[in-house]
Ligand binder design. Sequence first.
Ligand code: ATR
Length: 274
Amino acid sequence: MSDLYAVMGNPINHSKSPQIHSAFAEQTGQDLIYSAILVPLEKFKDEADSFFRNGRGLNVTVPFKEDAWQYADTYSSRALRAGAVNTLIKKENGLIHADNTDGVGLVRDITRNHLCSIDGKRVLVLGAGGAVRGILEPLLEEKPTEVVVANRTVSKAEALAQDFANIGKISGCGFDKIDGQFDLVINGTSASLGGELPPIPDTAVHLETVCYDMMYGAGLTVFNQWAQSLNVAATIDGLGMLVEQAAESFSIWRGISPDSKAVIANIRASLNPS
Ligand code: ATR
């Protein structure tokens, strides 16, 4: 019988995870079935209990990443600190182990797919919600000279920076206090969802800056439109991060690393049919 995996979320019908993991399984010859499960709000625990009677691993997406964290028995370091997880695996002893692969997905997309080193760079992160909390440990481990977290609600940026201060140089501020130029700017706000641009000053970027929007869509995101209007060196959207976080989950579950590049290209083509 094929091993069972799934993604749980609400909503879930637009999830690309089944497509991505099926492609990985085919590519690596792994015998598994990966499905998408719509979970009613307040029902995460029941659905996860029921899934893990036979299932091997789960991806978890909005709005259940904190519920999944609560559900787990053991954690990776990055998952423990993130307070939210996107990957669960049932171990042979029956315990549920949790990981958060979002940050590794982001870092791999930047450093491997786009060949942009983070080491020694000055990094600006916009937003201080769950998505940003999930990426800070892997980001700081790349040894940027400094990470500045800017957020509409300043206290959240400050608190977040404090939580990660023992890994590297990091501070939090409001958008109006963004100071100087940055080599890498990452948009982790959900502003793009509503077609809004966070109020970032044009002076924060220079001609060699790389801008990364954790969101993606058919065309350029509003954040990347802004970045291109300032002639920055590169604009990247979050599609590669999505596929890389899936690749890391797949490798945690199956012990084999899939090739993400072909899958990124396929999904990109399906977003922009010619
Ligand atoms: P997620 O899980 O996507 O991180 P979240 O935890 O609700 O979702 O966080 C959303 C982030 O986007 C927050 O940093 C939020 O700013 P506040 O903390 O001040 O709420 C930010 N955000 C959402 N809409 C925004 C907008 N229009 N302009 C700027 N920031 C915005």
